[in-house]
Design a protein around this ligand. Structure first.
Ligand SMILES: Cc1ncc(COP(=O)(O)O)c(C=O)c1O
Length: 391
């Protein structure tokens, strides 16, 4: 059928430039090692920070929920698809995040989209860090609010944007808690001080901080002792929590409003029982097994220092996300391919996910990795890095 030649041309150009990527199917569960093309390799690309995707307590909870409540819910939440367990999970999340209430969306992506698109009008302004996640950017695009982008974590630039915004009804500052491609932590204490000085709201996307930072993985707000001073906390249930979904933890007013106006919530079917039950169990695991987070940080320190000692440029990461910045886009993919050939799965990431000239291989260690696996991965990074003249 004719019609997509213009798209094919673009894909052909990507192939010429070495930036066309094939999906890499996993033939095992998501673990410290995964099977690709029949071969076991060390997984350094997942967001499975605590190894919860296959944790026996979660898989057991999921199976039990299927037995009792079936495979699906058959409706959006506002019509006939709210189950007791959906509300129980939200109560658990609110308690976990120390907020009045919480609301679950189908994914972290739709949470950001749904929140931003529903609470802002043309009378408002959204002030966003230049390196915020795509779902925040898309959420902003869906509003009629004015937009201001401040230079990444530049507090002077944020203050400038706030000063220029005093005539708007609502000013909302939006930031990732942990930036997903660089692994650095947002300077939340300074952001909160500025927000309070200029009477602005704050929304923090803690997709990569929930389960990682703060007491029992409560996120960046708790990590910095800012409970009660950040208006909106977004989290994902798809990364450290190990399952699927996103949530917003905030005031009862905001949650009630989103139940009426949050479009992904209103117009898309609720999570199946297995997902909800596994998420609930995951929160209990975070509370019961803090040693998983301790192991994650121990592994992070070991691997990050190992990469730095080998001479790799790991940017300014302060979390388990450690980029290995190589610059050239095609080189980042060649590096990733070579790592896979030698036994490490770590994806190359290039424009438009990161700025041109800052292509990288992004690594994320998990609590599940053993020291031996991480040392083996470092040896492989050294071998591939030397062969490609990166180090
Ligand atoms: C900062 C950030 N926010 C939101 C999301 C989306 O979360 P989810 O995968 O649950 O849709 C991601 C995931 O890629 C992310 O990195």
């Amino acid at each position: 059928m004719r019609g997509f030649e213009y798209l094919q041309n673009e894909l052909d150009e990507m192939k010429r430039q070495g930036t066309f990527r094939k999906l890499i199917p996993l033939e095992s569960d998501q673990g410290a090692k995964v099977v690709i093309n029949g071969r076991e390799v060390i997984q350094l690309s997942s967001n499975n920070y605590l190894g919860l995707t296959s944790h026996p307590r979660l898989t057991h909870a999921a199976k039990a929920a299927v037995e009792t409540y079936g495979a699906g819910t058959g409706s959006v939440r506002t019509i006939a698809g709210t189950f007791n367990m959906h509300q129980e999970l939200e109560e658990k999340l609110a308690k976990f995040k120390h907020t009045e209430a919480a609301l679950v969306f189908q994914s972290g992506f739709t949470t950001n989209q749904g929140v931003l698109s529903s609470i802002l009008t043309k009378d408002d302004v959204v002030i966003s860090d230049s390196l915020n996640h795509a779902s925040i950017i898309d959420g902003i695009r869906l509003t009629k609010a004015a937009r201001k982008v401040y230079q990444h974590i530049d507090m002077a630039d944020l203050e400038r944007a706030l000063k220029e915004s005093e005539d708007f009804r609502v000013r909302i500052i939006v930031t990732d808690g942990v930036f997903s491609m660089d692994g650095n932590i947002a300077p939340l204490p300074e952001i909160v001080d500025l927000a309070e000085k200029y009477d602005a709201l704050i929304m923090v996307d803690d997709a990569h901080a929930s389960g990682v930072l703060g007491e029992n993985g409560r996120g960046t707000v708790n990590h910095f002792g800012l409970d009660g001073r950040v208006h909106i906390q977004v989290g994902t249930l798809s990364k450290a929590v190990g399952v699927l979904g996103g949530y917003v933890a905030s005031s009862k007013t905001l949650i009630d409003y989103l139940i009426h106006k949050g479009r992904p919530f209103l117009f898309s079917t609720s999570h199946p029982p297995a997902v909800t039950a596994a998420c609930m169990e995951a929160i209990d695991v975070l509370l019961d097994e803090p040693e998983l987070i301790a192991k994650l940080w121990e592994n992070t320190k070991f691997f990050k220092e190992g990469l730095q000692n080998l001479g790799f440029n790991t940017g300014k990461s302060g979390t388990p996300i450690t980029p290995v910045i190589v610059g050239d886009e095609a080189l980042s993919h060649r590096f990733s391919d070579k790592l896979l050939e030698y036994g490490v799965f770590a994806q190359g990431i290039a424009f438009p996910t990161v700025a041109k000239g800052l292509a990288r291989v992004r690594t994320i260690v998990t609590a599940e990795h053993s020291k031996e696996e991480l040392q083996e991965a470092l040896n492989i990074f050294e071998k591939a890095g030397k062969e490609l003249n990166i180090i």
